[in-house]
Write a protein that binds this ligand. Structure first.
Ligand code: SF4
Length: 284
């Protein structure tokens, strides 16, 4: 596992500065208890927090806890989710299934260990750590989403490429009490400043500590189009030669027509017409 080329202390200092820059970093999924956070996080797969927040008030108004959602007909839940979310059949099945398991195995409560959470339908390591970190303040790892992956690489905190190995690298860099905030702060910085396509390095408060500062600005952009100079230079010469040739042919046609008229051998071809014909076809 490659952790980083930077000293651990520098990574922690950069993180401390990012926390000051984003004091409002928090989980943006609306919820009032661990159950709602768990359901909302499962629903957030492959979509945005904004869309999930648009549908969960309606969902929780109808089925506010695990016992009520466990009894809900899956087609009705899916139909409600369909108003805002894709994969509504699978997501409906997952949240009803997890509610049933919560009732059967955990007395309707959300378990507080990663091992128990990942046994629930639709819950993976990432979802489990969101719930453990945000709802209970006890994550068992760092949540690595697309922002965390991109920023931890740009900041030089890891050279790993896969989420699982990036998570291990980040867990080695920071103490467990910071794991939840490391993820949230990187997500906020990624959404506000360090954009995927064109990071705003000039406005970034940690650009003096970032090895990718300004170098990452053109990532994802196409290079400017270059025209081959040979085409530009060759075009006028060719055109001039063609014009010259056509003029010569036209002049020859005109002269031949005049001669023909004089001799009376081409009495029906007028000189003007013959010249025009010669120009268009290129034949005398
Ligand atoms: S300096 Fe640029 S690349 Fe580095 S974290 Fe800031 S915005 Fe991202």
């Amino acid at each position: 596992m490659t952790v980083t080329n930077q000293p651990r202390a520098l990574a922690q200092e950069t993180f401390r500065r990012l926390r000051v820059i984003h004091p409002d970093a928090h989980c943006e999924l609306d919820h009032v208890n661990p159950f709602q956070l768990l359901v909302a996080t499962v629903l957030s797969a492959q979509t945005t927090d904004v869309l999930v927040n648009q549908i969960t008030p309606k969902l929780f108004a109808r089925w506010p806890d695990a016992p009520s959602l466990a009894k809900a007909p899956i087609p009705e839940v899916a139909a409600l989710l369909r108003e805002r979310l894709g994969m509504f059949n699978q997501k409906g099945k997952n949240i009803v299934g997890l509610a049933k398991k919560l009732v059967e195995k955990h007395g309707g409560e959300v378990p507080r260990t990663l091992a128990a959470l990942v046994e629930l339908p639709g819950v993976g390591r990432k979802t489990a750590n969101v719930v453990l970190g945000v709802a209970f303040g006890r994550p068992e790892g760092v949540v690595v989403d697309t922002h965390v992956q991109r920023l931890s690489q740009r900041l030089g905190w890891t050279t790993e490429q896969k989420p699982e190995t990036i998570e291990k690298a980040l867990c080695a860099l920071f103490p467990p009490e910071d794991w939840n905030m490391v993820s949230l702060v990187l997500i906020f910085h990624g959404r506000r400043v360090c954009f995927a396509r064109k990071p705003a390095c000039a406005a970034c408060g940690v650009n003096d500590a970032c090895p990718s500062a300004f170098a990452a600005e053109n990532v994802g952009r196409k290079p400017p189009r270059k025209r081959p100079t040979v085409v530009i230079e060759a075009a006028p010469k060719k055109k001039a030669a063609t014009t010259k040739g056509a003029t010569k042919k036209a002049a020859a046609t005109k002269a031949a027509a005049k001669v023909a008229v004089k001799k009376g051998s081409a009495t029906r071809i007028a000189p003007k017409k013959a010249a025009a014909k010669g120009k268009g076809s290129g034949r005398a």
